[in-house]
Design a protein around this ligand. Structure first.
Ligand code: ZN
Ligand code: ZN
Length: 174
């Protein structure tokens, strides 16, 4: 995993429902090292982390730079990186770095990776590149990497839903 992927982890955790362990595992599905071991204690540990990520992203969307500093630094202080080199988890060498000791529960590494990922994402993309989904019934945050900064929705699914609704209401009114 590289730094860009950790931003993905941050956004995935931010937007996860975290209603139960299955929802957490689904949010972490690209990383079996985390998802396969995640349990109830990880879920409980990651709920406040997701809340902190949401507070930080809300400050970014509001262009409140002091707020971004405060919220992201609080996450970094609470969930520091403790990098460990690994040669892999099977007989075949697969060199990579973990963000916490591999004996730690998944939540410890996920929280550190997410905090670092968001901090790095703010540095790399700038806080104004983060957005809150424009669909009324969606509470997701997203990163806008479009050249014209035109992104308004978290996903094509939300964009389509809103556009179809607007089209239908135009037809009704027209
Ligand atoms: Zn590993
Ligand atoms: Zn959405």
């Amino acid at each position: 995993m590289d730094n860009a992927d950790y931003l993905e982890v941050a956004l995935r955790l931010t937007n996860a429902t975290l209603s139960d362990v299955a929802a957490l595992r689904a949010a972490l599905h690209d990383e079996p090292w985390w998802s396969a071991r995640a349990g109830e204690t990880d879920l409980e540990a990651l709920r406040p982390v997701a809340a902190g990520l949401r507070r930080a992203l809300a400050r970014a969307v509001a262009a409140d730079h002091d707020g971004v500093l405060r919220e992201v630094n609080a996450l970094l202080a609470a969930h520091p990186l403790r990098p460990r080199l690994s040669a892999g988890h099977t007989a075949d060498p697969n060199w990579h770095i973990h963000m916490a000791d591999t004996s730690e529960p998944p939540a410890t590494e996920v929280a550190a990776a997410a905090a670092w990922g968001l901090a790095h994402g703010v540095v790399h993309h700038g806080p104004s590149r983060f957005g809150h989904c424009g669909a009324a019934d969606c509470d997701n945050y997203y990163l806008d990497t479009s050249t014209n900064r035109a992104r308004r929705f978290c996903s094509p699914r939300c964009a389509n839903r809103v556009h179809v609704a607007a089209f239908r209401s135009r037809q009704r009114d027209g």
